[in-house]
Design a protein around this ligand. Sequence first.
Ligand SMILES: [Zn+2]
Length: 61
Amino acid sequence: MKATRPGHQPPPSPTNSSGRVCAHEGCATRLSVYNPRRHCWQHTELVFPNYRGKRLSPGKA
Ligand SMILES: [Zn+2]
């Protein structure tokens, strides 16, 4: 199969000028085009994996 079709490639999308910024109020940090989030890394809520049973168990040891 021939993979390439000259002249039928989609034009480069002008996503660079989309100007998405952090959704946090007052934050003007630009989001990367490849960043699917709505907040910049500073305002993205970090969710750490919850390792159960090891350190976070109060009392019983
Ligand atoms: Zn932000």
